[in-house]
Ligand binder design. Structure first.
Ligand SMILES: *Cc1c(COP(=O)(O)O)cnc(C)c1O
Ligand SMILES: [Zn+2]
Length: 415
């Protein structure tokens, strides 16, 4: 592993010991003076930087805000996100045949996905900036989370969704929490292009994962995985396997590990291998990793039943690809059938997930099959969203109901 440094000098304008630095050219920007999403000099992605990085002794309390010492504020707009379970999963373990495998179930967050961890920080930043409208493009879960956190902060929310391509549970959440929902005739990447233009025109504050503060909140997944793994097994995992859409989580976990190394809380050799999984019908990042490239090439046509990762242009790839390479990880594509099979295996362990989430387990099984993951490894798979997000996919993957008459004998006859 060569480069785990964070780099960048604090600008004269650092606000409360927090600033933004460009991952391409190193330019630094004050975070809370003006709204800024990309580097003013080169248009590169920005990353939050701090004067000090905490160790595990600096954390206290529960949920995302247990990790306030690693975040820009002491508290956020909160509905008690984080503190999700790390499950033992015997059926998944039997299929994977590795030294240890656990599932970190992010579906247990308040709105049913890990997006809540980013929103508790991002909506707080919006509040600090004094914006009057929040917006996102979404495959569904970002809109559900933003709708809830925007409602909590009393700030209007606009969401742009690809028409007909968002799972039912997610649209219902955005609707009930009062977001203004616009269905775009296009895919997720088209929605993001439009909402980014609205943000550039100053019409709304953008809370997609292009927003660096979303990823600050999502870093806490990594901190919880490390603390929970240590408590449960006495060791940190060798590998973290996760579904990849816009690659925000991959970038956030890499940043989490780099900060721990910078703080002296983790040795470079102990950093888990970041392993990304995409659906075969939407796998531009896998294509890039297989070719050893430092950038992804956009796929214009994407298709998969795992709608949360039906993305052809992962915006955080410039942050995520170094994470995969520098940690010695990899990326792999899985078919929709493999995703459904993994969804069923997780369900046998009592863990109900939406299709995109099952991609992590499907990816682990595929990499075991190929011999790319060793039998001696200790692995954590991230399941990103709850089963009820996509009731249609769950019903398709499960068994059919049997029609019976309204009497006990009729039921017994049918069994
Ligand atoms: C957003 C989302 C993803 C993709 O995460 P990225 O950080 O964009 O890679 C995966 N699964 C679910 C359920 C999601 O909601
Ligand atoms: Zn730059």
């Amino acid at each position: 592993m060569s480069d785990l440094s964070l780099g960048g000098e604090p600008p004269a304008v650092a606000d409360d010991g927090v600033w933004l630095a460009c991952v391409e050219c190193g330019a630094t920007v004050a975070p809370f003076d003006d709204v800024v999403y990309r580097c003013p000099d080169c248009d590169g992605l920005l990353e939050a930087r701090y004067a000090d990085y905490p160790t595990f002794d600096d954390f206290d309390g529960s949920g995302v805000w247990r990790y306030a010492a690693a975040l820009p504020f002491d508290e956020g707009v909160s509905i008690r996100e984080g503190d999700t379970p790390l499950y033992e999963v015997p059926d998944v373990a039997a299929a994977a045949d590795v030294a240890d495998v656990r599932v970190k179930h992010e579906g247990a967050n308040p709105t049913g996905s890990f997006k809540d961890r980013g929103m508790t920080v991002g909506v707080k930043v919006a509040d600090r900036l004094g914006v009057d409208r929040l917006a996102c493009a979404s495959t569904g879960n970002t809109s559900a989370a933003l709708a809830a956190y925007g409602a909590r902060a009393d700030t209007p929310v606009l969401v742009l969704l690809p028409a007909g391509k968002v799972a039912a549970g997610k649209v219902a959440q955005a609707a009930l929490h009062g977001a203004r929902i616009c269905e775009v005739d296009g895919n997720f990447d088209d929605c993001l292009d439009v909402v980014a233009e609205l943000a550039d025109r100053g019409e709304a504050y953008l809370l997609n994962s292009l927003n660096p503060f979303r990823l600050e909140g999502q870093k806490t997944i990594g901190l919880e995985v490390l603390e929970q793994s240590l408590a449960a097994t006495g060791e940190w995992p060798d590998r973290v396997v996760l579904p990849v859409g816009n690659a925000g989580n991959t970038a956030a976990l890499y940043k989490c590990f780099r900060e721990l190394v910078a703080a002296g809380a983790m040795d470079e050799t102990e950093v888990p291998k970041l392993t990304g999984v995409q659906a075969a019908g939407a796998a531009p990042l896998v294509e890039a990793v297989e070719a050893g490239r430092d950038h992804v090439e956009r796929w214009d046509d994407v298709e998969t039943k795992a709608t949360a990762i039906r993305i052809g242009n992962p915006v955080n790839a410039p942050k995520a690809l170094p994470g995969i390479y520098e940690t010695g990880g990899t990326a792999v594509a899985v078919s929709d059938d493999q995703i459904t099979a993994a969804q069923r295996t997780l369900a046998e362990d009592g863990v109900g997930v939406e299709p995109a989430s099952a991609a992590s387990v499907a990816g682990l099984l595929e990499l075991r099959e190929r011999g790319a993951v060793g039998a001696d490894e200790r692995v954590v798979c991230l399941t990103t969203g709850h089963l009820l997000k996509d009731p249609d996919a769950a019903a398709d993957a499960g068994g059919e109901p049997t029609p019976v008459p309204a009497d006990a004998d009729g039921v017994l006859d049918a069994l």
